[in-house]
Design a protein around this ligand. Structure first.
Ligand SMILES: Cc1cc2nc3c(=O)[nH]c(=O)nc-3n(C[C@H](O)[C@H](O)[C@H](O)COP(=O)(O)O)c2cc1C
Length: 183
């Protein structure tokens, strides 16, 4: 199974990037997770949407050819960071590659809420007509107090969190298989 991931932080020591790296490595026997270079996308420009830069076509193609998309989002001012929203805006137009795409959302922040508000907002965004993505119901992954759960080497060390993400990844994979049979 092939999953592409979008990480909403370009920061070198990003907790969300570390969480994405951890998931990529931990689940590599069951699912291939590839991180998309959304930090290289130019600002969305409606004038260019029918003949977009090559990097936009490349990212869209990878999403089309994937079985699902993993969003790994920080929370900026109670919402998703601009880098993520910019990518989403490109994806919502012309060929609309997110339509009916299975989505799993995780996020890490130092606060107790662990990106809960950003994730609620992200679900709302993904439900807009140009995206119409299928977000995994009944499963939410909020990695709060991330500085105590991800060590100085960037490894997620908090065992209850690891076991919880194991369960949610399993749920996501099973759900993708089931949504495929509905087609
Ligand atoms: C512009 C900005 C806005 C932020 N707003 C929030 C917020 O609304 N809620 C929150 O929990 N943390 C907020 N933070 C703190 C981030 O959760 C923290 O910087 C986190 O480490 C960012 O994710 P990263 O480590 O993956 O880069 C904000 C940080 C920045 C730079």
């Amino acid at each position: 199974m092939k999953i592409v991931a979008m990480v909403g932080s370009v920061r070198k020591d990003s907790y969300n990037k570390k969480l994405a790296n951890f998931m990529q490595d931990r689940y590599k026997e069951t699912v291939e997770i590839e991180q998309l270079p959304i930090d290289q996308l130019p600002f969305f420009n409606e004038d260019e949407e029918f003949s977009p830069p090559a990097i936009v076509k490349e990212v869209k193609e990878k999403i089309l050819n994937s079985d699902g998309v993993l969003f790994v989002t920080p929370e900026y001012n109670h919402s998703v960071p601009g880098v993520l929203k910019n990518a989403i805006d490109w994806l919502s137009r012309v060929d609309k590659v997110m339509v009916k795409k299975p989505i799993m959302i995780v996020g890490a922040s130092k606060s107790l809420l662990g990106t809960a508000r950003a994730q609620m907002h992200l679900r709302q965004i993904l439900n807009s007509p140009g995206l119409s993505a299928l977000t995994l119901p009944g499963n939410e992954v909020f990695v709060g107090v991330s500085h105590d759960k991800i060590d100085e080497n960037g490894v997620l060390t908090d065992e209850p969190t690891i076991q919880f993400i194991d369960t949610v990844i399993d749920n996501f994979i099973n759900w993708i298989e089931n949504t495929k049979t509905f087609k």
